[in-house]
Ligand binder design. Sequence first.
Ligand code: CO
Length: 463
Amino acid sequence: MTEIRVNETVLRDAHQSLMATRMSTDDMLPIVEKMDQAGYYALEMWGGATYDSAIRFLNEDPWERLREIRKRTPNTKLMMLLRGQNLIGYRHYADDLVDKFIENATKNGIDIFRIFDALNDPRNLEASLKAIKKYGAHAQLTIAYTTSEVHTVEYYKDLAEQYNNMGADSICLKDMAGILTPAVARELIPAIKEVIDVPLNLHTHATSSTAHMTYLTAVEAGVDIIDTAISPFAEGTSQPATESMALAFEELGIDTHLDIDVLEEIADYFKGIRDKYLENGTLDPKMMFADPKALIYQVPGGMLSNLNSQLREAGALDKYDEVLNEVPNVRADLGYPPLVTPMSQMVGTQAVFNILTRERYKIVPNEIKDYLKGFYGKTPAPVDEEFRRSIIGDDDVIDFRPADRLDPEFDKLKEELGELAKNDEDVLTYALFPQTGREYLEKKYLAPTASDEPIKIQARYGK
Ligand code: CO
């Protein structure tokens, strides 16, 4: 290995992981032209939770952010994270909506779509892959990494080969929890490289403090692209620091294409931004510490803090360890889904119910019932039939691609939105986030003044 390429995550995953995706466009734009000079392979800067956060908390148009960043980055590819048929929302959308979303994202400047499915069911990537090809963008088909008795090297090898054969332009191994260890990377990376003929990108998190070793091992084992975050927004639940990785690899004789001086200027800029968010409490310094619990429990750091706050709200924080021990049991019952959105929330909530009601599966959320009916896709391991029937009774279980149940919906949603639908982007905002999306559009188009409008809207919609 004589060279690698590096993606910068500060505009998406770094602030999503450290401070609930609250970085504003105003804090990004002054430095983006400089970032364009750094030699990054791509800027990961859109998708994931950024869209939701922009309309819900920042009162910003996510499409405007994309266009403004695009204008300033003629030399660098822009990448977004897309949850396959879930796009950037929380349910499966019909194929026509997937097509419309990708058409508009491409038109506004996305070059690379990093697409994954929470169950690693390739059928859930078909529609987005087709649209990405149709609009001439790069499809990075992505494997969600997790551990279980079925998630063997062979399993990942088969999946990588399938993604390769489906027409991936590159493949990403996405370790959203930061639990991929150097020993596993040493075995897994060459096994995947063996069956693919496109570049392999590794994405991990510094949560457990093993990511730096994992990156070195993975690069030595043949990985082509890694993801890092500029130092002020690196480490902890974010990625390892860009400058540190660049310096270490350059010294090892591995060209990263990065300009260290430019990285220094970018870091200086983001130090000021980080300090602002630390001072106003948006960034909790605890998120920047190492937390090997993720490695021990094989549970993503974000899920640990969610469980913690769910239990605190329920006044049952003393049940934290019991719930944590129940998570692997629920996951086994459900056929070992990776703990990534939306499965992490579903498994976590079920574990909380199982412990707080003192009876397992006494209360089962509809999402879990739908999951057991096959609406989310194929489970990684088979689910015990007796268990399934105890939850969904005689209801049908589908074995076809889940989105085949869904009728086209774009035109219907456009009509529903009425005068607020000024363009495709507005319809997509409403489709993805029916309530907050509509509220956002009302603020944008109907509000005479911005100041007291959120209260009026709350009164109108009751929430
Ligand atoms: Co990530």
